[in-house]
Write a protein that binds this ligand. Structure first.
Ligand SMILES: *[C@@H]1O[C@H](CO)[C@@H](O)[C@H](O)[C@H]1NC(C)=O
Length: 521
């Protein structure tokens, strides 16, 4: 009897008070590093007992967690089909357009359209029995996915792969002042010179101009095409697109205070940088463990990330690097995505490498990296200094910031890479300050009240429990810019002055005339 009572209580508890929510996580871009960030959300939310539906271009095979449903959009990768110009060699030859804002906005919208057109996503969206308590959407150059929040009539949470940048803060608060905050694609580091301040202002103006005149009308049309009829079918009036876009409950930023120089942020911007890193690190495979344990002079780890491949470097550069590494006393682990015969004994080539576990090993001396945000945050997580070879996108600003902080050395990506990298390696090996600085920042980074994953889960639940957390929203969001700058007051004052001047002139003029008349008489 007692036993039965327990079971009844347990079942009742599970039904009414479990706090298990249904959450939709949307990662439309077929970019592996972004998807790793999506997987981070999924892992933590599942661990907390929630039910997750994950729209992903990289679904996991053999996934058997019954609380997880994956919506496979792997065919979105077709957007890159036939385009083989995005390789390191093409970048070295100057053949890849650098940071073209219009291209980025349109690329992102194109991926979204592919997602809405995908039969798996259509099936989900058109099914009127589907309900979610919140949607978490990757925010990358388009806000069109806000439509999901309207479709499911639930709070919307943006997950942003980078830090507190003006172009996402504008969605929940206001754009930050370009005089002291760099654009996300800019490589300017504070303090700015006059020219840099002008560049930052121009970056904001240019981005907004392209967005308003080119991209937003297309996004609104996509919203009206893919979401509006489905919302109406569910018996609701579809909200205006503008209203929706500025109606997020939260933004999660993949950054942390440790990096410094952050602008102020509103209460509903949460820094959860590092949440994607699994702790503790998974054990190393046996051969690597032995290699790293026995590396008398330490290990150098080299990887250009998951999107760019070392194998695409020009042949002469690869040969030069192999020869240069062979001269070192240290062991080198190089994530290199092809076979490479006849490498020296101290060089280990791996097509895929368990990066966090390598960085976690105490014998890992430093990390030669392209400076992508995931690699950069993993380096800080484990307190490993960086030799940065930025290729594209935000990598320049990441490496410039790390260099300014004193835990990185930058090397330019060109045909002299073997020689320049060798010099940087000697600098790193000779001076312990880089390592000290990395450890110092790592300590700041880990000094938090909650782990970033737990913090994220808390805020997602908070948003759901409080019906979209309206109390966290910034009052600045709905005040027009001319009111914030008191331009209406300024206009009023100018008008009043003008009136006074006109009246004064009249009165003065009349007196003058009278005086003249008197004189004549
Ligand atoms: C804005 O979000 C709140 C909270 O999630 C929701 O109640 C409201 O309906 C949303 N408004 C629009 C226009 O979508």
């Amino acid at each position: 009897m007692k036993m039965n009572m327990h079971i009844v209580l347990y079942v009742l508890g599970a039904i009414c008070c479990s706090g298990a929510y249904k959450i939709l996580v949307v990662y439309p871009l077929p970019i592996r590093s972004l998807n790793i960030l999506g997987e981070g959300y999924v892992r933590h939310l599942l661990k907390a007992g929630h039910e997750v539906t994950f729209i992903t271009a990289f679904p996991k095979k053999n996934e058997n967690n019954k609380n997880l449903r994956q919506i496979d959009i792997s065919s979105n990768a077709q957007i890159f089909a036939g385009d083989n110009t995005f390789t390191i060699k093409h970048v070295m030859n100057g053949e890849v357009p650098v940071n073209d804002v219009k291209m980025l906005q349109e690329f992102s919208l194109a991926c979204s359209t592919m997602t809405f057109e995908h039969e798996n996503v259509k099936k989900l969206m058109e099914d009127p029995t589907q309900h979610f308590d919140a949607v978490v959407v990757d925010l990358y150059e388009t806000e069109v996915h806000a439509g999901f929040a309207a479709l499911y009539n639930c709070p919307m949470i943006w997950s942003y792969s980078m830090g507190a940048h003006w172009l996402v803060l504008r969605l929940i608060d206001e754009p930050t002042n370009p005089a002291y905050t760099a654009d996300y694609l800019s490589s300017n580091v504070l303090p700015f010179s006059f020219k840099q301040r002008v560049e930052e202002l121009w970056a904001q103006v240019n981005w907004c101009w392209i967005k308003w005149t080119n991209t937003t009308p297309k996004e609104r049309a996509a919203y009206e095409k893919y979401f509006k009829p489905l919302i109406e079918k569910r018996g609701r009036v579809a909200p205006d697109y503008e209203e929706l876009v500025y109606n997020a409950s939260l933004i999660f930023g993949n950054e942390h205070y440790a990096f410094g120089n952050l602008p102020r942020t509103p209460q509903n911007f949460k820094f959860i940088g590092g949440y994607h890193i699994e702790t503790p690190a998974k054990p190393l495979p046996e051969d690597l463990q032995t290699l790293m344990d026995n590396a008398k002079h330490g290990v150098i780890y080299f990887s250009m990330g998951s999107t760019w491949s070392s194998k695409d470097m020009p042949k002469s550069v690869i040969e030069g690097l192999v020869k240069m590494f062979g001269k070192l006393k240290q062991n080198v682990i190089w994530k290199f995505e092809a076979d490479l015969p006849n490498v020296p004994k101290n060089l280990k080539i791996m097509k895929w490498a368990p990066q966090p576990s390598i960085l976690a090993h105490p014998n890992c001396l430093f990390f030669i990296s392209h400076g992508g945000l995931l690699s950069s945050s993993e380096a800080i997580h484990y307190g490993v200094p960086i030799i940065g070879i930025p290729i594209f996108f935000d990598q320049f600003v990441n490496i410039n910031k790390a260099t300014a902080k004193g835990y990185a050395v930058k090397v330019t990506l060109n045909y002299d890479l073997p020689k320049n990298l060798e010099e940087a390696i000697q600098v790193m090996l000779a001076d312990p300050k880089y390592r000290q600085k990395a450890k110092e920042l790592s300590a700041i980074y880990h000094d938090r009240p909650l782990s970033p994953g737990d913090e994220m889960v808390h805020w997602v639940s908070h948003v759901i429990r409080t019906a979209g957390a309206p109390h966290l929203r910034s009052p600045a969001l709905h005040v027009p810019w001319y009111q914030k700058m008191y331009l209406d007051l300024a206009a009023g004052v100018i008008l009043a002055l003008a009136v006074v001047v006109v009246i004064a002139k009249r009165v003065f003029g009349m007196r003058k005339k009278e005086a003249m008349k008197e004189k004549k008489n």
